[in-house]
Write a protein that binds this ligand. Structure first.
Ligand code: TXA
Ligand code: MG
Length: 323
């Protein structure tokens, strides 16, 4: 078994693995990451190989100190500093023009690089001890549900990872929000753990990118992703009728009274709290995946605040089964 409780000792061992070009799965506040030395192209190649991730999908570099950003990227807008002051460490990834040191394999040949500073003591200590930015996608096989607990990583990737650092459950539960500064515009490439509203409060209106494709030329915009292994659809009247003879696992946003005979019911947040709902999203989907059901029907939530990230993940999850 390659899962180890995170401690100063195991983090030290993990950092040696990173320095030697190996793979370490580690907790962040959003989801578990599959980390490698971000400046070592051979180590980074192992990430793509173990996840079966297409090489056109670039990676995020994780840093532990703010002044490391300018070593990796050009800070091309004064609003960037304001966002960093306010939201780092935290679930905000910035896509900026890259500097020479960043290997092409990290950015999939793009002239830009994605960087974030995670808000998790284990991640920060690991990056500092490794002495390098850590490239890390979510620690799951490509297209599967993202991991929010160490056991999810093990189920998806098993022994393909040299070490899994267990730091408990991720508190945010959905991936970081990704924004790009381009020609004076701020583009939202992926809604995530930091809401658009919070970003706009700081720097004004941002542009939401809604174009998705199966093989994006501007990456980060895959049409489907985050799918459970059993079909996922939205909970609508039509779907309830259509699948009335099936064993349904229902995923509700908050506590409900239903007369419908579901085989299983999961509730994202009893009291209807969006933060709690986001934190439980992948965990409940992982749990439903293991049950004896034919499909999952998920209740849509309002697309505001973290609801935007929840709906993004659910829509991309359903796309695999409706396209
Ligand atoms: O919360 C997170 O962001 C987690 C944790 C581990 O930090 N990481 C994560 O990584 O979600 P991943 O690889 O699953 O998603 C990264 C996304 C991809 O959609 C990728 O296309 C986009 O970031 N991305 C990376 N570099 C980019 C770039 N230069 N331009 C546009 N999108 C980029
Ligand atoms: Mg991912």
């Amino acid at each position: 078994m390659n899962i180890f409780t995170a401690s100063s000792d195991t983090i030290k061992r993990a950092s040696e693995i990173i320095k030697n070009g190996g793979l370490v799965a580690f907790p962040t506040e959003t989801v578990y990451g599959l980390g490698a030395d971000g400046l070592n192209p051979i180590a980074v190649a192992k990430i793509f190989e173990s996840k079966k991730r297409p090489s056109f999908n670039p990676l995020i570099l994780h840093i532990a100190e703010r002044n490391n950003l300018s070593k990796l990227a050009h800070i091309n807008d004064e609003r960037i500093e304001r966002l960093i002051d306010k939201f780092w460490p935290g679930p905000l990834t910035l896509v900026l023009p890259k500097k020479e040191v960043v290997p092409d394999i990290v950015t999939s040949g793009n002239p830009t690089v994605a960087v974030r500073m995670p808000n998790h003591p284990v991640a920060i200590e690991l990056i500092k001890k490794s002495g390098t930015p850590i490239a890390a996608p979510s620690a799951n096989k490509f297209g599967n549900l993202s991991p929010t607990e160490a056991s999810h990583v093990y189920i998806s990737l098993g022994e393909k990872v040299d070490m899994i650092l267990d730091g408990g459950k991720c508190t945010v539960g959905v991936e970081s929000t990704i924004i790009q500064f381009s020609d004076g515009n701020v583009l939202l490439l992926r809604p995530g753990g930091l809401s658009v509203e919070e970003i706009e409060n700081e720097i004004g209106k941002i542009k939401i990118v809604t174009k998705f494709s199966l093989r994006p030329n501007s990456p980060g915009q895959l049409l489907y992703h985050y799918s459970p292994s059993i079909p996922l659809y939205f909970l609508t009247k039509e779907n309830l009728e259509k699948y009335s003879d099936k064993k349904i696992g229902a995923l509700f946003f908050k506590s409900i009274n239903t007369k419908h005979d579901f085989t299983s019911i999961k509730i994202l947040s009893e009291k209807g709290d969006m933060k709690e709902a986001a934190a439980n999203l992948f965990k409940h989907l992982h749990d439903l995946e293991k049950e004896e059901i034919d499909l999952i029907l998920a209740e849509p939530v309002k697309e505001e605040g973290l609801g935007r990230a929840i709906m993004d993940r659910l829509k991309k999850g359903t796309n695999r089964f409706i396209i």
